[in-house]
Design a protein around this ligand. Structure first.
Ligand code: COA
Length: 215
């Protein structure tokens, strides 16, 4: 992984968060398929990014691009009379997260990191993003469900103050596994806000500073 030093000589984390846009959907859907192979039907992100009660963010790589060849349309086709294929450079999406807001609660409906980018802090950065979004939206708590066997995800949430609050029996239709409900304490309290500030400082020290362009 390339690490870049910023002008202030701090280590820069070469990933940033921003809202998910239509152009990200192909990459997000591929990560979803790879991360949740039994999920059916797949999520319609085209619908979800226009869902008024939802918010989706992606973590993009600052220095890696994906070159995609696609069918040109409209003015592009008119400009390039030679052919109908154009090459587009897209930011590489390393992970994504979605939140639904319902009655004072921010519910994390999905979070996943592309296989080869795991264990580099991207899951953490996405979770920090969701906590910042939920605070900006004036939510009181963040909640989510995780498979009981998903110890990796449970460890990530526990690190950010989520506590196990109960079980949804046989919640997952593919294998009837139970879901563990995890929830934060009241995120508006100064105690929790101090805890999150400390976590963010620890993150920056370990991985470097990063840009978050979604608030
Ligand atoms: C869960 C997931 C999003 C974590 O993303 P990630 O970018 O690899 O996680 P991070 O590198 O930010 O790790 C953050 C913390 O998660 C936990 N964690 C991550 N990978 C772990 C592993 N392989 N083993 C144990 N704990 C792990 C640790 O607590 C880690 O903190 P630490 O580095 O101080 O030990 C990723 O594994 C994933 O996409 N899994 C498949 C989809 C999924 O299960 N989503 C959750 C649905 S509820």
């Amino acid at each position: 992984m390339t690490r870049v030093r910023t002008t202030t000589n701090e280590l820069a984390f070469p990933f940033s968060l921003r809202p998910m846009v239509k152009d990200d959907i192909d990459q997000v859907s591929t990560i979803e398929r790879e991360s949740f192979p039994t999920l059916w039907p797949p999520t319609s992100y085209r619908k979800e990014i226009t869902n008024k009660i939802a918010e989706y963010i992606v973590c993009v790589c600052d220095h890696e691009y994906l070159t995609v060849t696609k069918q040109s349309n409209g003015w592009r086709r008119w400009l390039r009379k030679k052919g109908t294929l154009v090459t587009v450079k897209k930011r590489l999406v390393a992970g994504f997260l979605g939140v639904w807001y319902m009655g004072g609660e921010a519910h994390i409906v999905t979070v996943a990191v592309k296989g080869e980018f795991r264990r580099r802090g991207i899951g953490e950065l996405l979770l920090i993003g969701s906590l910042e979004l939920a605070t900006a939206r004036d939510a009181q708590v963040l909640t989510l469900e995780a498979r009981e066997s998903n110890n990796i995800a449970k460890a990530l949430y526990a690190k950010y103050g989520f506590l196990e609050a109960g079980l949804r029996k046989r919640y997952y239709s593919d294998n009837h596994e139970d879901a563990v409900i995890m929830t934060t304490p009241d995120i508006k309290t100064s105690g929790f806000q101090q805890f999150i500030s400390k976590k963010k400082k620890e993150f920056d020290l370990r991985y470097g500073t990063n840009s978050r362009e979604y608030l």
